[in-house]
Write a protein that binds this ligand. Structure first.
Ligand code: SIN
Length: 358
């Protein structure tokens, strides 16, 4: 016969066990999201709360970023890894390869539902597009940053991070490719660009349109990307340790051949010509581009304008010159696609097909 005291203790343990099981079941229902931290302003600190320029990027570690937003625990089981701690102007091809391989390893695990990458905003669109072409999974990958350092009044990092985790764990985000979560908006990696040096609404997808909004603790989609991405691309970085050298030559009034000649002499395998208007080629530059092509360098005509289709055989006879048109990709994203294209082929027709596919 159990004493009343023993019965009470048994009952207490049973109740505590049930509560613990209940809490576990609730956490287990949440998506598992891994945050890969790379630095940037989201991890930046300034000397005062009103310092919003001239601060130091990439100083706060991933665990502190997570701790600063306790609300994350309500929407996902979050784990963090510090992959790099850099300002994003220092992001290089080798960082991209390391990051892409880590993302692919994590997404292949059944216990990872989505990934958030914290990143400096300066080159975020480039990293996002690179991953959009080489991640081999349909699970959500979301890049997020901040325009204001973590120490600033009205820092945008915490809400951006919360939204990014919400998006990475959302079933609606599956199959949408790599996305950027900034300023309560969801953007597709291919088309988003940074449009302002310092304001929190810097990220836009002008003309082609963003994918959706964050509101009421939900990621709400209105569009989806049409161009092929992630699991549907032909690119594979798993065995790569470097990428071919591709550089950008800028067009402007009075431009001469110096930059193109120097880049070719420095070993560029591909050149993006960021031309004026619809990618026009100045008479003083064209002979250098022709000479580069004759040496085997792949020339892609892009535009410095920022919007619109670069018309093949429009401002230059691409067929005769054996050049490639960038379609709607801006010069910095055309550089990424050309690097990856060159890991597969040197055939300009095939490369042009890729520019119309991705
Ligand atoms: C950076 O890109 O690392 C600095 C600027 C920013 O994150 O906004």
């Amino acid at each position: 016969m159990m004493s009343p005291a023993a019965r009470f203790i048994n009952l207490l343990f049973a109740t505590l066990l049930l509560l613990a099981l209940g809490a576990h079941a609730q956490t287990a229902k949440l998506p598992n999201v891994t945050i890969l931290a790379t630095g940037g302003t989201i991890a930046g600190t300034g000397s005062t709360s009103t310092t919003t320029v001239g601060y130091t990027a990439a100083t706060v570690g991933v665990q502190s970023l997570i701790k600063a937003v306790p609300e994350l625990a309500k929407v996902a089981n979050v784990t963090g890894e510090q992959v790099f701690q850099i300002a994003s102007e220092n992001m290089g091809n080798e960082h991209w390869l390391t990051l892409a391989k880590r993302v692919n390893v994590l997404l292949a695990q059944a216990n990872v539902d989505g990934i958030v990458i914290t990143h400096g905003t300066d080159t975020m669109e480039e990293t996002a597009y690179f991953l959009n072409l080489v991640v081999k999974s349909r699970k959500p990958v979301v890049l997020v940053g901040a325009m204001r350092p973590s120490t600033a009044l009205s820092a945008d990092g915490p809400i951006n991070l919360y939204n990014a985790v919400l998006l990475a764990g959302s079933p609606d985000a599956v199959g949408k490719g790599v996305m950027v979560a900034m300023n309560d908006q969801i953007h597709a990696a291919r088309d988003v660009t940074k449009t302002n040096t310092s304001t929190p609404d810097a990220f836009k997808t002008p003309e082609l349109g963003m994918l959706g909004y964050f509101q009421g603790n939900r990621a709400l989609f209105y569009h989806q990307p049409i161009r092929k991405h992630t699991a549907d691309t032909e690119f594979d970085v798993s065995a790569l340790t470097s990428l071919p050298q591709v550089d950008i030559a800028y067009g402007y009034a009075n431009v001469g051949p110096t930059v193109v000649d120097a880049l070719v002499a420095a070993g560029a395998k591909g050149l993006i010509h960021a031309g004026v208007g619809d990618g026009s080629l100045a008479a003083k530059v064209l002979p250098s581009l022709k000479a580069a092509r004759a040496k085997g360098v792949i020339i892609v005509r892009a535009s410095r304008v920022g919007q619109g289709i670069l018309a093949r055989n429009g401002e230059a006879n691409d067929d005769a010159l054996d050049f490639v048109a960038s379609d709607t990709l801006n010069p910095q994203k055309a550089r990424i696609l050309l690097m990856l294209a060159l890991t597969k082929t040197n055939n300009t027709r095939d490369i042009q097909r890729m520019f119309y596919t991705y």
